[in-house]
Design a binder for this molecule. Structure first.
Ligand SMILES: CC(C)(COP(=O)(O)OP(=O)(O)OC[C@H]1O[C@@H](n2cnc3c(N)ncnc32)[C@H](O)[C@@H]1OP(=O)(O)O)[C@@H](O)C(=O)NCCC(=O)NCCS
Length: 162
């Protein structure tokens, strides 16, 4: 099922959207997103990663998916070096498997802003959802399993012409 969402690029004042997404995530979702041990507490995650989750241009982008009035998903892209950026995506549990991460990830291409950039993402080996998402977007694993993780990469192509 695909759900209708709006994508909103965050400014420095949109911390409440980030908080809403993080607080709606289960410990399992936060664990997979941030590679944390145990059952992460959402307030700890916010305190620890707030600056990263809100990072905006010129060194990255924070893009929130909004359904109705609720912030339900968050994409973070943060530049690591020249024309290389690290991607992280999370969707709050009640809204998973409805195409929201696909909508967020597709924006990387349709925006045209990251064309020619190398975008990288890391998933745990058993994270079937993230692996399916990345493969669908054209990412390829750079090599085999590495310490229980897959490292994916995509050189962002030009936006498709309709
Ligand atoms: C990974 C994640 C972002 C996917 O979000 P989502 O909105 O549910 O994803 P979508 O609905 O757009 O589905 C994307 C693809 O993943 C597949 N998928 C989604 N959940 C799945 C699951 N639990 N098991 C297997 N495949 C799954 C979908 O079928 C779809 O594949 P398709 O296009 O071939 O049909 C979400 O599960 C999540 O937040 N996980 C925890 C954080 C995380 O792992 N982030 C990635 C590391 S950066």
């Amino acid at each position: 099922m695909t759900t209708v969402i709006t994508l909103r690029e965050l400014g420095a004042t949109a911390a409440e959207d980030v908080a809403a997404v993080v607080l709606a995530c289960s410990p399992g979702t936060l664990q997979r997103r941030f590679f944390l041990p145990g059952r992460p507490d959402p307030w700890d995650v916010l305190a620890r990663y707030r600056r990263y989750l809100l990072a905006g241009p010129p060194h990255g982008v924070a893009l929130v998916a909004v359904r109705g009035r609720a912030a339900v998903g968050l994409l973070n892209l943060v530049a690591a070096e020249a024309r290389v950026a690290e991607l992280g995506i999370m969707v709050a549990d009640p809204w998973q498997r409805q195409g929201i991460a696909t909508g967020l990830a597709a924006w990387l291409r349709t925006s045209g802003r990251w064309q020619g950039w190398t975008v990288r993402a890391v998933t745990q080996a058993d994270n079937l959802a993230a692996r399916a998402l990345l493969r669908r977007q054209g990412f390829r694993a750079r090599h085999g399993l590495d310490h229980g993780e897959y490292h994916y990469e995509l050189t962002m192509p030009a936006p498709e012409v309709a």
